[in-house]
Write a protein that binds this ligand. Structure first.
Ligand code: AP5
Length: 237
């Protein structure tokens, strides 16, 4: 199920969390769930980059070739983009946010620490989602995405009520250019090489919690709420 219960629940604590894990592990799915349930802002560098590509901005033009090839957009581009985004997040949403897909290199993680220290908003958690390679490939090659909202479905695991149409806003769903099998394999290799070292980076901070991404979406959501010590109740607080 991709639906969150209708009620938004209030958390009295700030939650500033990094969602780490390979492509297809369920980071975006769970970030959207937290955003809907608690109002925490999902900050997805992938969604931001795709929006820039769609608008044809200079940043989008620079990023597109890296994204289409399953590589990473250079750190200076990403860090520049996130400086602005985190500044506005700090001012406009209290201080809770979910970083979905950032940082992705040790260099980005060091820059993030510096930014958050300047803002006085340290991370409260880092969740590492994982699943085996065959599952990741099956999830990504069957994924359908709403390009406007970033909401995702899956042809088999989480189908929309009407094929090709978003349940929420009726937008047509598309398959991402980088969700073909060949590019997915390149993205997984990039993750192993560039992003996996972040597991050691965060292991030393005491913030890292592992989430088994293999269960059903609702089960993973329960594990996320538990790891973040959030009220999972279906009634509003
Ligand atoms: P980005 O958009 O961040 O892609 P990604 O990290 O590859 O992550 P995905 O969105 O593919 O996976 P996800 O874990 O969010 O899975 P989802 O929840 O959708 O980045 C795209 C590109 O932009 C990168 O390759 C790079 O080029 C560039 N980029 C972005 N950030 C960057 C950065 N910081 N630095 C440099 N470059 C950057 O789930 C996948 C599917 O599985 C869905 O269909 C979903 O319905 C289904 N599903 C989810 N959970 C379950 C479950 N528990 N059971 C069954 N199905 C499930």
């Amino acid at each position: 199920m991709n639906r969150a219960p209708g009620h938004m629940v209030t958390s009295s604590r700030a939650v500033r969390v990094v969602f780490l894990g390979p492509p297809g592990a369920g980071k975006g799915t769970q970030a959207k769930m937290l955003q809907e349930r608690y109002g925490f802002r999902q900050i997805s560098t992938g969604d931001m980059l795709r929006a820039n590509v769609a608008r044809g901005t200079a940043l989008g033009l620079e990023a597109k070739a890296f994204m289409d090839a399953g590589g990473l957009v250079p750190d200076d581009v990403i860090v520049g983009m996130m400086e602005g985004e985190l500044g506005s997040a700090a001012g406009s949403t209290g201080s809770s946010f979910i970083l979905d897909g950032f940082p992705r290199t040790v260099g980005q993680a060091v820059s993030l620490d510096e930014m958050l220290q300047r803002m006085g908003l340290p991370l409260t958690a880092v969740l590492l989602f994982d699943a085996d390679r065959d599952t990741l490939v099956a999830r990504l090659t069957g994924r359908w995405t709403n390009p406007r909202s970033g909401r995702t479905y899956h042809a088999v695991f989480n189908p929309p009520k009407t094929a090709g149409i978003d349940d929420d806003d009726g937008e047509p769903l598309v398959q991402r250019h980088d969700d073909t099998r060949d590019v997915v394999l390149d993205r997984l290799a990039t993750y192993d090489e560039k992003t996996k070292p972040l597991i050691d980076y965060y292991a030393g901070t005491g913030l890292l919690e592992r989430i088994d991404g293999l269960g059903a979406i609702d089960e993973v959501t329960g594990a996320v709420f538990g790891a973040l010590d959030l009220p999972a109740g279906t009634e509003p607080a």
